[in-house]
Structures are given as C-alpha cells and as structure tokens.
Design a protein around this ligand. Sequence first.
Ligand code: BGC
Ligand code: NOJ
Length: 818
Amino acid sequence: MKFGYFDDQNREYVITRPDTPLPWINYLGCEEYFGIISNTAGGYSFYRDARLRRLTRYRYNNAPLDMGGRYIYLRDDGADVQQPIFWSPTWMPTRSKLDEYECRHGLGYTSIKSRVNGIEAQTRYFVPLGESLEIWELTVINLRQITADLSVFSAIEFCLWDANDDATNFQRNYSIGEVEVADGVIYHKSEYRERRNHFAYFACSEPLSGFDTQREAFLGAYRGWDSPLAVEVGKASNSVAHGWQPMGSHHIKIHLNPGEQKKIIFVLGYHENPEDGKFDPPDTQVINKHTVKPVISRYMKLDEVGSAFQALQNYWNGLLEQLQVSTPDQHTNRMVNIWNAYQVMVNFNISRSASGFESGIGRGMGFRDSNQDLLGFMHMIPGRARERILDLAATQLPNGGAYHQYQPLTKSGNDDVGSGFSDDPLWLILSAAAYLKETGDWKILDEPVPFDNLPGSEQALYLHLHHSIQYVLDRRGPHGLPLIGRADWNDCLNLNCFSTSPGQSFQTTTNKDGKVAESVFIAGLFVLAAKELAVITRRQGYANEAEGLTREAEKMEEIVWATGWDGKWFRRAYDDLGEPIGSKVCKEGQIFIEPQGMCVMADLGLRDGRAIQALDSVAEYLATSNGIVLHQPAYSHYYLNLGEISTYPGGYKENAGIFCHTNPWVMISEVKIGRGDHAHDYYLRINPSAREEMSEIHRCEPYVYAQMIAGRDAPAQGEAKNSWLTGAASWNYVAITQWILGVRPTHDGLAIEPVIPLDWKGFEVVRNFRGVRYVIQVERQGSGNAVTLDVEGIIIKGTVVPFPPNGTQDVHVKVKVA
Ligand code: BGC
Ligand code: NOJ
C-alpha cells in the first residue's frame, strides 16, 4: 500500500493522505539554519547545533508522535459564532477533515496544500540560501461562489535555546521567558539580557489584528494545540510573555471575493548582534533591531521570496547534476539521481543529531559516521568535504585514536563519550583517500592539523593518517588481531563492558582493561585502509614506508586466514575469554555480515574462492527478502560478555536487525566476485523506492534509507526504523554508483567497470569529475563483465579513462560489456 507517489520530474515525493504510518519528514536548510518538517507541518528549527541553538520546541516521544511544529490555523469568520469552524490546513494539529490534501517534499523545501469547504490553502516552507531564517509562504484561495471572511493564525512555540535544559529545567525556565513585539514582529529574547547575543524573530507580511506570545493565553488553560482558544473565539489577546512558555502567533483577518487569492509570508529567523551593540538605546534592555530589520523587510516581499526559492532550486539542481544516471531500473534512477544524493547531503550536514528518531540533544558528529558520510558526498561539494576532513582530523588524539564524537558548534571532541572505539581512526584514511581520488588535491596532505585541537600540536594531515595505522598496530590481542576496545563499527558489540547496572552506557563503560577481545572486522578494515594509505604514501615519494604498509596489510591478512576464517565464512571477533564470536562453534551469533563484507571489500579471498564461499554463506544464512540481517541466530538472552547487542529483542537493531549500512558492503563484495545479479538484487531489497508499495509494512519514508529494517526474528519483520540519519545513505550511494554501475574515481582517472544484472542491455551516466563532464554510454554485448572502453572514438587499454588534456570540457566514452 502506498501513501503517495514519486514525482521524479519535479524531484518531489508527493504524499496524498496526511495519516502516514509515521510522520514522514523532510529537511529545511543546507548551511547553518536547519529544520525538520513532517508532512503535517510538525518539526522544529535550529541554528547550527540542534541541542544548543534550538529555536522552536518539539515534543519527542509524544502521543501523537508529531507534536509541535510550524502551524497555521484558518477560521471561517463568517460561520455561526456558536459553532466556530476552524481547521489546520496541514491537518495537524486539529486533524479536521480535509476535502483534499497533498504534501510535496522537495529538495530543501516542503509544500502542503489542502482544501476545506471551498477554501484552498497552500504553505511552502524553505530556508533561503545564505540566510539564517525560514520562510512560510501561505497562499489562501477562495473557491466558493461567495465571499469569504477568514482569520489566519500562525503558531510556533519557542524553545529556550538549549533543548535539553528546555525539556527538563522547569524550575528556572518557567521564569526566564522574555519577548518583545514591535511593528508586528515577535522577538524571542529569553536570556538575551545576560549571556546571549542572539534572539529569534517571527514576522508576518500583513498588518496584524492581534498577536499572542504567551502559550496559555493562546491555547487557553487545559487546552492543547488542537483547539486553541484564540482560534476558537477568533481573537488574539495580545499577550506578552513574561516567564512561562513564550510562543509566537500572528492573527490576520482576510476578506476574499469568489476566486480571489491572498499570499501571506511568515518569516522565522535567528539573529546575532555584536556584543557591544545588543541594545538600542544602549542603556536599555530593548533589542537593537537595526541589524535584523533589513533582512526582515527583504523577505516580506513576494518577489524576493520567489527569487530566493528559485535560487534554492538552482542550487540543488546544480549539485545533483554532478552525477546523473539512466538505467533500466526506475528505483535505481530516482534514488541515485534525486533522493539518495539528497540524503547523503543531509547526513553530511546533520550527522546523527536531529530526525524523527534522533532528538538533537544526545549526539554530536560521529567520527566514524562523518568519515563514512563523506564517501558519497565528495563529488557534490569537494570544498566542504575538505574542511570536514580537516575538522575530523583535528579531533584525533595524540596516540592516533579518535574521539568518538565532536560537537559541531565548537568542533572539539566530546569528553562525555571519549574514545576507545578501535575502528574509528581507520575511517579517516578511507575518507581522505576518497577525497584525493575525487579531487587530486594532494595539497590537503600537507595541511597542518592539530591533535585534539591543541595549539602547537600540529602535524601534516599525511602524518595523521599514519598515526591511525599505528594506533591499530599498537593495540593487538593474543591472535595478533586488532583489539576491539569499546566497540568497532557495531557499537553494541561491547566485549569489555560486562555491565550489570541498569542504565549504564554500554558505549562508555569499560569494566575491563581489554587486552584480549579482538575484532576480525577491524582486521579487514585495516587491510583496506593500509592498502589505500600505501598507494598514497608511494605517490608522496616514500617508497620504503609504502612497502612497510603493504607488508603490514599482508601480515594482517595472514592473521585473518589463520585465526579469523571459520571454514565457510569469516569469524566476527574473539571475546574476553578468547572464545570466537561468529563461528559455527557458537550457540547463537554464528555468522555475522560485517566481516564478510569488509574482508571481501579488502580483497581477501578473491583469488582462492574463499570470498565466494563467504558470500554464499551470507546468501544462505543471512539474506532475507527485506535485506541482509546482521547475524544469525539472534541472541535470545543477555550475554554479559557481549554487551548491548544482546539487549535487544531478536530482529531489532544490532541483534540481528537488517542494517542498511552494512548491506552495501555485501553488494560491493558481490561486484568484486563479478556477480552483478546478486549485487543489484541486494540493492533493490533495501532500496526505499522499491519498497514503496509496501509502505504499510515498511512504515518509514519511501524516499530515504532507514538505519534499520526489522529482521526475520522480529514479529514486525520488514518494518523500518531510524530513517534519514544513517551511514546507509552514503554506502548505498557508493555501492550503486561506484561499484554496480562501476563509475569510480581513481588516482589515475575515472574507472568504468560495471558489474550489472544480466538482463540489462546497458545504461548511461553523466558525471562531472575534476571539472570535466564524462558522458558514458554502456552497452551489454555478452554475458560477462569484461569491459572495452572507447574514449572519443579511440579504444584504450584497461578500464580507466585517463585524464584528458587541460581545458577539455566533455569526454564521451562508449563502453562495451561482454
Ligand atoms: C544504539 C546504536 C548506536 C549506539 C551509539 C546504541 O544504543 O543501539 O545503534 O550506534 O547507541 O550511540
Ligand atoms: C549507528 C552509529 O551511528 C554507527 O556509528 C554505528 O556504526 C551503527 N549504529 C552500528 O552500531
């Protein structure tokens, strides 16, 4: 069952009924000001940091789930006063019956339209480029045969900046709220009197009939957002908040002739004043509004709003044009061309902080997460990728390890979580290598980067990468495999934790010094990273060091074969007693997906058939119609020596859920052994668009990946959770574009090595790479994967299109696959 459809032409997903299984959200903003917005206008906004600069309030874990948002109410002022008629044109929060409803989620904007009793209302929400504000552009049309007298009410609830404090510290917060209302603009200035020089504002393009800034005055005592008193009686009370819950609501009266329409603009924004220019006059407590007024008045104009929207569209279209494909499969096309690329960008911006499942309070930018998010992002805005790589490297610790997270506002490591996740530093090598291949910007390696952001500790980025390798080499266990530390990619495989206290964090509690538990997965990742770094090192002119790295990779590989191979698949780890995890000798958790994917990606077993064997085992034991589960059998009870992985009921999360992040590793591995049908089949099993028809089971948005789909051990098998913010975005994008379609940046040029389904006759790719536009046409002429490249009419040797002469704009490549 579907709740909408893809409008690929307009790059939109159109939701046709408001009661989606879960709030289906979108993101506003792509630079510093961000918001999440659901298909019923729920959600909130923040400036740069979802926790510390939260503009508006949202109620997580509420019933209904989606409460708090960017609300507009319409009231039929001509109706019987005894029976007031009012409704939310976005359905929530009044949930009144709508005669028509449509929500269009697009790239950086959302537009929600509905009709009630002949009144059509459409609101388009977006954040203009370069601004820290959002625009709500409301159009009301009278489709009746008679005139309509309507009241329009806007409504937002301000958050008192620190979203965590806002949700918990009521004894103080009920007494700090302050606002100003001037020229129809509502200013939220809690704490502005003391240590903040920023405020929020909420403006409206129309003259007001009234306003409210105190929540209780607007809603009325004991009422909720579904039946605000001010809306019911059709009159705002001009309340001025002093403590309690400051909010913003404008009341506008409009009169529409039959067929007439009216546009009203609302602007919600964030503004900072210079420390010495906060007040005007200076000796008062009145906000200095001179600095913000030009911005407000600019966006009160319809034509400015229109051109800002156009600019936003051009921006997104430009980013997507970097890589467009046309294949026989529409799910591949729309995800690659539109939604997957978009989701990659959202993850780059938001990391794991704010979504319908991430509260924006808990987590900073993950070190391993951000490095992996970069893998699919490089080609869109290489300059921002460069900056991110340097920021990440600057949080690396002097011993080569890494803070697990850092805070976006300060860019410094998060002490609450600390370090000790042994895989973390290796991901930096993968992102740096991908950046070099994409851009050829070798100068980045010379950039001086501090450790732990300590001034004076700077070393070249190149050396940081070597520290990452050394960190892992220095920490090895009894079998010679890397020690796992707190956890590796699987945050919940906590082999040194042994937690018996309720509520103790599995990620940050280490009850063992941990000199025994090892990870085969990290060994695979090490081989991959060491080989990448060896290539970089050789090209930097250090042949001996490069040799050394290659030898370390080979040695690690031998160790994996000696101790990490279980006969039919790679083992997962060794626990604190030195017992294997992910082995046929285990009672539960006999086989895991992660080491199969990672070791084959690192080319282990490609020559001797063991890669095929490992992937056949994945197909036999782990693959389901909804994707590949993390392990089997699921853990049926809590294992003290395994940690959080065994805390989840079977089939959920790390206990045998389907992690959409790890599935692409298997797709890439299938490509490595030449099985295009398998690779693309796995790709489609978790492709959100391909699952659209079963939205009532999948439940999350059909246009973006979710972190997890419930595995075969869960009663809700096939149900997705934690949509949007997940490494699944980047890795699926890499798997389909670089491996299955096979268009892959290398240090020597653009490689084209498709490994596609047998029944594909061919496909096309247009990709910008280092300033050149490659137009690639692939044709299947036989049933294998052998590739012949014809570059501008000349057959070349190998599968890499060499760099064309300077100044070349287009390169046409004809590819035969036989
Ligand atoms: C979750 C993981 C997550 C980890 C780190 C765990 O509780 O289950 O999915 O990666 O926390 O925040
Ligand atoms: C989500 C985390 O953000 C990511 O870093 C981790 O690898 C996965 N969960 C698996 O545990």
